[in-house]
Design a protein around this ligand. Structure first.
Ligand SMILES: Cc1cc2nc3c(=O)[nH]c(=O)nc-3n(C[C@H](O)[C@H](O)[C@H](O)COP(=O)(O)OP(=O)(O)OC[C@H]3O[C@@H](n4cnc5c(N)ncnc54)[C@H](O)[C@@H]3O)c2cc1C
Length: 301
């Protein structure tokens, strides 16, 4: 590693002031599980590093029925995966957060770091996309919100300016009878990155076995995680049948724009999307059918 200046600000304003003053060429540090590896092994040499560790306002999870779920950017994967409300209402996010690396990785890795690192294979990106997450960003001119769909601009690239900090995600409360599922394929059972990741979210009509709304997002098959909009549209208003899932999965495979590399060919990745999308949709509907009737305190919805 080359020498760099290190800052550990106590407030968000202080962090932004440092970024503004020092200019381009710095790096924010959250859990460090991506950035430190890149600095040690991948030729990343920031002239300065700003740690987010002391910024308490960036960490934690709150839920409000009207406003939805707010997850601070430096909340760890372990905290996301273990949070009672997240487990009950947002299982698709638990599917993603709970498979990141090992126990040790999940205790350090943050959800904001996963998204800001902008790897097409990031395991929380597709779940956040189907959940309709908004990214909350702070910079010298104040705060702004942007749908996660417009956040990624390429592999390792996002809309964030050098003096902006992702402060968290706002995720709407899912409608009743909503179920979600995220799966990835990795050659090894653990400690590997996705060759393909698929997230599905399905809302059934309150009183009938008909799909009201479906969302499908794909990871590791394009320069950025993406929604498969035609697959989603093909399901709305129809029965949640195997035939419908197969048709939607075919459309999802068409939406993928994978590359061939050592980990899989274009044809292999498209085939995986087809198989996994159908499976995820089926699982999402199973979960929608057992939508919880009680909140975590035992109150009826
Ligand atoms: C052993 C190992 C296994 C892994 N397995 C997986 C896996 O299975 N799935 C997976 O998706 N990833 C995996 N990863 C990658 C990594 O753990 C995740 O991407 C993690 O969530 C990154 O979070 P972090 O807090 O460590 O980010 P950091 O490394 O601290 O930061 C990552 C990037 O995001 C920027 N950043 C961080 N926070 C903010 C913020 N609030 N605002 C603006 N920019 C910010 C940093 O400047 C940096 O560029 C693995 C990594 C390791 C080392």
């Amino acid at each position: 590693m080359k020498r760099f200046d290190y800052f550990a600000p106590e407030s968000l304003d202080e962090a932004i002031a440092i970024l503004r003053e020092r200019g381009d060429g710095g790096r924010l540090l959250a859990g460090g599980t991506d950035v430190l590896v890149q600095m040690k092994e991948a030729g990343l040499h920031p002239s300065y590093v700003v740690s987010l560790r002391r910024l308490r306002e960036l960490r934690g999870i709150t839920f409000d029925e009207q406003r939805g779920l707010r997850i601070g950017a430096t909340t760890t994967m372990a905290d996301v995966a273990e949070h009672a409300t997240v487990r009950q209402r947002y299982p698709v996010l638990v599917d993603g957060a709970s498979i990141v690396g090992s126990v040790q990785t999940r205790n350090m890795a943050t959800i904001g770091g996963n998204v800001c690192n902008a790897a097409p294979s990031a395991d929380t990106a597709a779940p956040l996309l189907v959940l309709g997450a908004q990214a909350e960003i702070a910079g010298p001119d104040g705060r702004r919100r942007t749908p996660l769909e417009g956040f990624f601009t390429g592999p390792g690239r996002t809309v964030l300016a050098h003096d902006e900090v992702l402060i968290g995600f706002i995720i709407p409360t899912p409608a009743p009878r909503t179920g979600g599922c995220y799966e990835r394929h990795t050659p090894r059972a653990e400690m590997d990155i996705a060759v393909v990741g698929v997230a599905a979210l399905v809302t059934l009509e309150p009183d009938r076995d008909v799909v009201r709304e479906a969302r499908v997002a794909l990871g590791a098959v394009a320069p950025t995680p993406l929604r498969a909009l035609e697959a989603e549209a093909s399901l709305a208003g129809g029965p949640p049948s195997d035939e419908a899932f197969q048709r939607a999965a075919g459309l999802a495979a068409e939406a993928a724009r994978p590359i061939s590399d050592v980990r899989g060919s274009v044809a292999f990745r498209r085939h995986l999307v087809q198989v996994m999308a159908a499976r995820c949709l089926r699982r999402a509907v199973e979960r929608a059918r057992i939508w919880p009737q009680m909140d975590t305190d035992g109150h009826r919805f």
